[in-house]
Design a protein around this ligand. Structure first.
Ligand SMILES: [Zn+2]
Length: 258
C-alpha cells in the first residue's frame, strides 16, 4: 500500500525535536509522498530544503493569508523565483481567512489574486485555504477561470456539497483532512462520498487536525492512514484501492514521476 499526504507543515517548530523520526514513521506506514506547504517565504524555502533532502517530500511555495500582512515585496519575489526554479511542485498555501482575521481582507485578496495569476503563468497547481470565506473565495475562482484553466486543491475541505461541486466544475481537486473522521461530521463524509475517484485527495495538515483516534494531539503524516481508512469505508472501497487511487491522483496533479 502506498499513501500520499498532500498537505504537511513539516518545517514547523513542532517537529524540531524529531523531524527525521516523523518522516521515517510515515515511510513505515506506506506514505510514499507528501507536499511540504509553505506559509511564508521563509517556510517555503525550508520546504524546498526538505524536498532536496528527502525523495518522498515535495514543496509548495507561497504566502498564507494569515501571514500576508507581514510579507514584503522581497518575500513575494522570493516565492515567484522559487516557483520558476523547478524546485516547487505547487503554489501555496493561499486563499482567504475570515476566522482568524490576522490580515486586513484587501491584503488577503491581493495575495490570493497574485497566487492565482502565478498559477496561470507557471502551470503549477495551487493549494487553496478557505476559512469562513466561501462567499468571497468563489467569485475570485470564477474570475480566474474566465482568464484560463485552474488547477489545484481545495485543501482540508470543510464546506458544502454545492461548493465542492462548483470547485470540481472549475477544475479543482478536493482534499480531505482528519476532520472527516470526527464524529459529528456526517455531512462532510457525505460530501467526501460524492467526489469523483480521480478528483479526491487526502492530507493531514500536520501538525494540525489530527484524525481520530489521535484527535487533540500533534498530527503527523503517518496519521493520513486513519483518514484514508475512514474515507475508503465511506466510499465503499477497499483501503488498498482507495490509497492507490489518491496516490495516483496526487502524482498526476503534481506532475511527479511514479
Ligand atoms: Zn496548511
Amino acid at each position: 500500500m502506498r499513501l500520499f499526504d498532500t498537505h504537511v507543515h513539516l518545517d514547523q517548530e513542532e517537529f524540531d525535536e524529531d523531524r527525521q523520526a516523523v518522516i521515517a514513521a510515515a515511510a513505515e506506514v506506506g506514505v510514499a509522498g507528501m507536499v511540504a506547504v509553505g506559509i511564508t517565504a521563509e517556510s517555503s524555502t525550508a520546504g524546498i530544503q526538505l524536498a532536496k533532502e528527502h525523495a518522498s517530500i515535495h514543496a509548495a511555495v507561497g504566502i498564507h493569508p494569515n501571514y500576508a500582512a507581514q510579507a514584503d515585496q522581497g518575500d513575494w519575489e522570493c516565492v515567484v523565483q522559487m516557483a520558476a526554479s523547478g524546485d516547487a511542485v505547487a503554489l501555496g498555501e493561499t486563499g482567504l481567512d475570515r476566522y482568524w482575521d490576522y490580515t486586513p481582507f484587501d491584503i488577503q485578496q491581493d495575495y490570493f489574486d497574485r497566487h492565482l495569476r502565478l498559477m496561470q503563468a507557471t502551470g503549477l497547481p495551487i493549494v487553496i485555504h478557505s476559512r469562513d470565506c466561501d462567499a468571497d473565495l468563489m467569485p475570485m475562482l470564477r474570475e480566474a477561470r474566465e482568464r484560463g484553466p485552474l488547477q489545484g486543491i481545495m485543501h482540508s475541505f470543510a464546506s458544502t456539497q454545492e461548493i465542492a461541486e462548483e470547485g470540481l466544475s472549475l477544475g479543482l481537486h478536493i482534499s480531505f483532512s482528519g476532520m472527516v473522521t470526527y464524529k459529528k461530521n456526517d455531512d462532510l463524509r457525505a460530501v467526501a462520498a460524492s467526489i469523483p475517484d480521480d478528483k479526491i485527495l487526502i492530507e493531514t495538515d500536520s501538525p494540525y487536525l489530527s484524525p481520530e483516534p489521535h484527535r487533540g494531539k500533534r498530527n503527523e503524516p503517518a496519521n493520513v492512514l486513519h483518514t484514508a481508512a475512514r474515507l475508503a469505508e465511506v466510499r465503499g472501497m477497499s483501503l488498498d484501492d482507495f490509497t492507490e487511487q489518491t496516490t495516483r491522483n496526487a502524482i498526476a496533479l503534481f506532475d511527479l514521476a511514479g
